[in-house]
Design a protein around this ligand. Sequence first.
Ligand code: RB5
Length: 140
Amino acid sequence: MIILASDHAGFQLKEEIKKFFNKENIIAIDVGCYSREQLDDYPDFAKAGNAKVLEDPRNVGIFICGTGIGMSIVANRNPKIRAALCLNEEFASLARKHNDANVLCLSGRFTSARKAIKIVKIFLTTDFEGGRHARRIKKY
Ligand code: RB5
């Protein structure tokens, strides 16, 4: 299952990603926020997203704030979460291949919807390579 989370600054991009998922019949759970009003705080949604992601080891998260930085910092405070802030497709590919990232963080302010959807597609379809990378991940 794909878990979506954002604050107000990531809300619009999250809506665009949801439109893409609907078109592709991809099911996702949105843990908020549910408006673009600036009344919310990204740590609340990163924590809610983490909790949902950790319900099943097959789950992945897509967390969005203004830069993606706040979401990634908070998400990574949970030792079972490997959140990667990705600004391009190469980062998304390597975050999966080398880091086995289970949360993709995106920037609502600096990444266009078109680019974000490309990044999401790569993130969701790239496998972890294991091997020496698995050894390294055990040391996190
Ligand atoms: C909210 O203004 C902004 O600080 C937040 O979305 C995020 O970019 C934090 O890292």
